[in-house]
Design a protein around this ligand. Sequence first.
Ligand SMILES: [Zn+2]
Length: 299
Amino acid sequence: MSPPAPVSWPAVSTTGSAPTVADVVAVLDGRYPPAWAEEWDRVGLVLGEPATGVRRVACVVDVVPETVEEALAAGADMIVAHHPLLLRGVSSVAATTYKGRIVHRLIKADVALYVAHTNADVADPGVSDALAARFGLTGLRPLHRPRPGSPADGPGRGIGRIGELPAPMTLAELTRHAAAVLPVTAWGVRAAGDPGRMVRTLAVSGGSGDSFLAEASAAGVDAFLTADLRHHPTGEHLAAGGPALLDAAHWATERPWLDDLAAHLRAALGVETVVSDLDTDPWTVHAAAPRPDDKEPRP
Ligand SMILES: [Zn+2]
């Protein structure tokens, strides 16, 4: 597929030559302003020379040795990641450390790294729009709106999305459907609540969403799909009459956004893009307990 002609977008300074790291940063900062990130978050350019040319950008959820090697093998000049490589303060990036090794690998290869995290979650379109699209949700609205007057506050913006399914289905059907439409992981999808419960209105939030359980309840949705749900909050939420919960793999809920990110970079800058399908979810094995009537354990 040939990239679409570059559209007008602020701060693209190149004429005819390849865009630079600074140009990519300007486009990304325009769509995902760093001021929209949560206070604890660390986003923006992590490393890389602003004047270096960028022909190809690799889009990944996690910056780990495997995705870095994949990006380098693909000839990428820059990596755009969802999760910060360096979220907490560090006093060393020595190559003898796990993250320092990654920093060295990237700098030696002259590959830049940029992070868009909670500023991409809150954007419209953002991370959860791509997740909602996998379910064909319509009438989208934010699940968690930014504090009024905060930098991220604006029409359509917020973390998570609420929308209507194209057709109602039971929780059991929706769980199987979610496993089919989301990127494949060993974790798959599990659900909490009455399997026969009908679901019409669905909330989705890419990544760890258990801080939004109360908002999903208040919104009156039938079910809420997110990642990293835990025993006690889930049980107490259901006991209080809250919506059914679906717990997908963290990576699988954020991977859909990479396609939207890559499409935007191609349109705005004319760069080539590669999207990583390397499953970086830490869970690698899943076994369902055998049913009493099974002769053999199910695969
Ligand atoms: Zn995440």
